[in-house]
Design a protein around this ligand. Structure first.
Ligand SMILES: [Zn+2]
Length: 425
């Protein structure tokens, strides 16, 4: 029998089902069989706290993989016929064309697993080995994460809360895809919700439907882009506008218009740190005087896995860790925290994730520097002098207190641009 690579105290439901010898039947039983496989797969995913479920085709069949706390873990294998039927069933449930296997498609579907509703974003793509399926599992009820539960230091949390309640201008979240920007934006909205303000959002996709907030879904095919949608939102008499992403000149222009008219504007930008966000805005064609006048706060963010408190171990640093710390000009501690693995954390050594942050509230002096077209290096030097904790420093502090590991930090990566600053500053 195929054994899952997550050793657990109890066996995954899907593997129990396959062990019963449920070979792929033909005829009417085929669909019942596929339904039980799908249901078992979804229940396993939920039990393991997975955010995504992948069905990856290869030469021998399909590999089921789960993404848990951001890391992809192999579970069990399925025969090719089962995998293909599962992909087809998911496509049908998501109203995609099940017969078209030549183009990538995506949609949303509601599944039933043990009578429980499971909503997921469904994506399929043709690969050389067959069609790959990925399901992004959406929580049944939006569990609002509070601002102080995200991993922000007390200082940064207060600073951000204060800026949001000040309620004018622009707050931007920056970081790569999947770094928790949406969660942080929603945690900010939660802070603002009791203030009797009208909150409207335009998102792509709207992952969580929230009562009391007006949410609009981007529909590029119909011409409803971020920019067009945000313009429309202004007519809805809002106080606070959230635009899921600032991704081009058009959306950046609209963002400026909104922030200039006395609204609080929240959005996200792809940039590697807070300072690089200024460069991203310049690349969108915004002028230095426009950026300096409108921007209030930039929050740069990454997500790291949280060490499992039941099994973490403190040991002497590994050679790789020492090398890495040296590159960043950091002192080498006698001991560092390491992941071990226990049934509580699906043997991964980690349980849950938290953000590492850099929170920059722009002061007049920094606005002046932007007006003078200061480059990233100059701005970073200024912020270091001001004592702002960088992404690297925030992460290192969470490594030293055993919240996460250096290994995890290395996986997240993208700190290369701090090497110069860390050594010279
Ligand atoms: Zn553990």
């Amino acid at each position: 029998m195929l054994t899952p690579s997550i050793p657990r105290t109890s066996q995954p439901i899907l593997s129990r089902l396959l062990e019963k010898g449920l070979d792929s039947p033909a005829g009417p039983d085929e669909s019942a069989h596929t339904t039980s496989l799908l249901s078992a797969m979804l229940r396993d995913a939920q039990r393991e706290r997975a955010s995504d479920l992948h069905l990856d085709p290869d030469s021998g069949g399909y590999q089921v993989r789960l993404r848990i706390d951001g890391a992809v873990i192999d579970t069990i294998r399925l025969p090719a016929a089962d995998g293909t039927r599962l992909v087809r069933t998911c496509k049908t449930l998501a109203s995609l064309d099940p017969t078209n296997v030549r183009i990538p498609q995506d949609g949303r579907a509601e599944f039933k697993a043990d009578g429980q509703e499971v909503a997921a974003r469904v994506a399929v793509a043709p690969t050389v080995a067959g069609e790959k399926l990925s399901l992004r599992l959406l929580p049944a009820h939006l569990t609002w994460r509070k601002l102080d539960e995200l991993g922000l230091s007390t200082h940064d949390c207060q600073l951000l809360r204060g800026a949001a309640l000040d309620a004018r201008g622009m707050i931007l979240l920056s970081g790569p895809t999947g770094c928790g920007k949406t969660t942080t934006l929603y945690a900010l909205l939660q802070e603002l919700r009791p203030t009797n303000k009208s909150i409207v959002t335009i998102e792509d996709p709207v992952e969580y439907v929230v009562d009391g907030i007006t949410q609009i879904q981007v529909n590029e095919k119909q011409g409803l882009t971020f920019a067009e949608g945000a313009k429309g939102l202004l007519r809805l008499d809002p106080d606070i506008i959230l635009m899921g992403e600032m991704r081009d000149t058009a959306s950046a222009r609209v963002a400026l218009d909104i922030a200039d008219t006395g609204h609080l504007f929240l959005s996200s930008v792809h940039a590697r740190d807070a300072v690089a966000t200024i460069t991203a805005l310049r690349n969108f064609g915004l002028q230095d005087f426009e950026i300096a006048a409108s921007l209030d706060v930039i929050v740069a963010q990454r997500l790291v896995r949280r060490l499992c408190s039941k099994c973490r171990r403190e040991e002497v640093p590994t050679a790789a860790e020492i090398k890495w710390l040296e590159v960043f000009g950091q002192p080498i501690p006698k001991k560092t925290w390491h992941a071990a693995g226990c049934p509580d954390c699906s043997m991964t050594g980690y349980r849950g994730r938290l953000g590492i942050f850099e929170v920059w509230r722009l002061h007049e002096e920094e606005a002046d520097l932007i007006l003078k077209h200061a480059d990233e290096h100059t701005l970073r030097r200024r912020l270091r002098k001001q004592g702002m904790s960088s992404l690297l420093e925030d992460d290192l502090s969470k490594v030293s207190d055993g919240t996460t590991t250096l290994a995890e930090m290395q996986t997240v990566g993208g700190f290369g641009f701090y090497t110069g600053g860390a050594k010279s500053g």
